[in-house]
Design a protein. Structure first.
Length: 98
């Protein structure tokens, strides 16, 4: 993940490395790559801050500029996060795709 801290709120099952789905809140303090989650579909919603730019392998970009903005992407795709103007907080939902 980009430099920051992820707080896992809920996951099923509750234990083990693999999960069917997971909800977390992440504090993003610095730009950087997201962790790879190859078998998961990801949804990310901006909760706080001035926003982020996500750049995916291949060059496609998505901006989350306003609280509530949503990005959906494949966790297997290399994703780079840049902060638009300072730290941000986001809500994440990851659901197993396979």
């Amino acid at each position: 993940m980009a430099a920051g801290i992820t707080h896992e709120a809920l996951r099923v099952p509750a234990n083990g490395n693999a999960f069917r789905w997971r909800v977390s809140v992440a504090e993003i303090d610095a730009p950087g790559p997201f962790s790879e989650f190859a078998e998961y579909n990801r949804k990310m919603v901006l909760l706080q801050g001035s926003g982020v730019r996500l750049t995916f392998d291949g060059g496609q970009q998505t901006y989350l500029c306003n609280v509530g903005d949503l990005a959906e992407f494949d966790g297997a795709i290399a994703t780079e996060c840049a902060l638009l103007s300072g730290p941000c907080v986001d809500l994440n939902l990851m659901v197993r795709s396979r």
